[in-house]
Write a protein that binds this ligand. Structure first.
Ligand code: ATP
Length: 437
């Protein structure tokens, strides 16, 4: 990566949406915010690609649209060629759109079915008043050939093309204005696997020829693995880890990156371990978990230093705590026979924990759950078992291999994988809960 001023610099970007709420909530001012993007920073250099990866709903599209100012950021700055574009007037933004374009996931719905290809691409040229010394038709012909389409098909309509061809038209439309930067918002996710590679190759070739920078959004690491100069892994509106593909994969550091990598369907030379199945689903961005947002699902969540937990036992106790918080245990289904055993099985809790004192506390919490006293169970578990993962927000820290936002890689916690010790003077010790609200 070059050390020069980046083409694009995103700093502390936040985008909060109003949540859908009912009339009473609005009347009482109880409307909540959807924290779609929460303090995100990164840079993209000229001619380079940043791959942005994460599960559905983690905020990838919102970042792409906030950069282009199609969504107004709630906070933060977006510098394009050194200028903060979040403060530009509408007319300045219109001019800027010549330099910053977007390619959408679904070419079927992003191309007007009533226009010919000639008109679709010509429209982009007209909007930006691009004429130049070559004629409009010649320019359109050149663009179609550049994206691998037959220029004689310019008078056809979108329904006459395959999905891959439509995406090529979408790319030609974006190229029409000679952009320096393109947000590629899952441009291959809707395409057949055989076509995906062709479109990825086309985007790479165009980058080599024209020096365009891409923000390449994908939910699958394998898609960006080969084309990205840097990859940012996102979870619930935040960047968990960012680095070059080599840094990110050899070996992955953040437990979430590890899980994503293990989920790549085909055997991947970068991962030879078992598939890591994450528990539960991504929590709501309206009320995200405190501390590290991933802690409610993290297989390597740091155990409390004063109890002897096996890592898997501790994961199960954290899940019990999370599900008690969410009141997400259907107690009535455990009424018959031996409810405690059934509960433990449901929660993946072994019949006895290794640490007798921890076992006593968990039994008490389970009794509260059985009585549907979820709040009591949650309080008991969180007051007894202390983990920095649920109290302290991790920050992106420089490591030998990229930047990682995880307490496991923060010397202040002195915690290696499966080693839950914390230092007495680190932020973990006695730090106040720092929820996201
Ligand atoms: N206009 C909106 N109003 C309210 N909430 C929204 C709006 N747009 C997006 N969201 C919410 O913001 C969060 C992030 O959405 P976003 O589409 O950016 O995620 P994503 O990672 O791109 O997901 P996907 O891969 O499914 O497109 C989600 O919880 C989504 O429901």
């Amino acid at each position: 990566m070059s050390g020069s001023e980046p083409l694009l610099r995103v700093e502390g970007l936040e985008k909060y949406y109003e949540s859908e709420s009912d009339f009473i909530d609005r009347l009482l001012g109880r409307q909540k915010k959807v924290k779609a993007v929460d303090d995100v920073s990164f840079e993209i250099h000229e001619g380079e690609t940043l791959g942005l990866v994460g599960e559905s709903g983690c905020g990838k599209s919102t970042i792409g649209r906030s950069i282009l100012q199609l969504r107004k950021p709630t906070a933060g700055s977006v510098y394009f060629k050194g200028q903060d574009i979040t403060t530009l007037s509408d007319s300045d933004l219109r001019d800027l759109r010549k330099e910053m374009q977007i390619i959408f996931q679904n070419p079927q719905s992003s191309l007007n079915p009533r226009l010919t290809v000639n008109d679709i691409i010509g429209e982009a040229l007209d909007i930006h008043g691009i004429e130049g010394d070559v004629s409009r038709d010649a320019r359109i012909k050149d663009l179609l050939e550049r994206v691998g389409l037959n220029a004689s098909h310019a008078n056809r309509y979108p329904h006459e093309f395959s999905g891959g061809q439509l995406q090529r038209i979408g790319i030609a439309r974006a190229l029409a204005v000679d952009p320096e930067f393109i947000v590629c918002d899952e441009p291959v996710s809707a395409l057949d696997v055989s076509v995906q590679a062709q479109i990825l190759n086309l985007l790479e070739d165009l980058q080599d020829e024209l020096g365009i920078a891409y923000l390449f959004i994908a939910h699958d690491l394998s898609v960006v693995e080969h084309i990205a100069d840097q990859i940012a892994v996102m979870y619930l509106g935040k960047i968990a880890e960012i680095g070059t593909p080599e840094e990110l994969f050899a070996p992955p550091q953040h437990p979430y990156t590890e899980a994503l990598l293990s989920a790549i369907p085909e055997p991947d030379p970068l991962w030879d371990g078992d598939r890591i199945l994450l528990e539960g689903s991504v929590p709501s961005p309206i009320d995200p978990p405190s501390g590290c947002k991933f802690h409610t699902r993290c297989p390597r969540v740091i155990p409390p230093s004063d109890y002897e937990f096996e890592q898997e036992e501790w994961r199960a106790v954290m899940s019990l705590r999370h599900r008690a918080r969410e009141e997400d245990i259907a107690v009535e289904t455990f009424d018959d026979g031996a409810p405690m055993e059934a509960l433990r099985e449901e929660l993946d809790l072994p019949s006895t924990l290794s640490d007798p004192e921890a076992e006593r506390v968990v039994q008490e919490a389970l009794r509260s759950v059985a009585d549907e006293e979820f709040g009591d169970a949650e309080s008991l578990l969180s007051e007894t078992f202390d983990t920095p993962c649920s109290t302290d927000k991790p920050v992106l820290r420089e490591t030998d291999a990229g930047r990682v936002a995880c307490h496991l890689f923060d010397p202040a916690y002195e915690a290696g994988p499966n080693d839950g010790t914390t230092t007495g003077d680190g932020p973990a010790a006695g730090s106040a809960a720092s929820g996201d609200d």
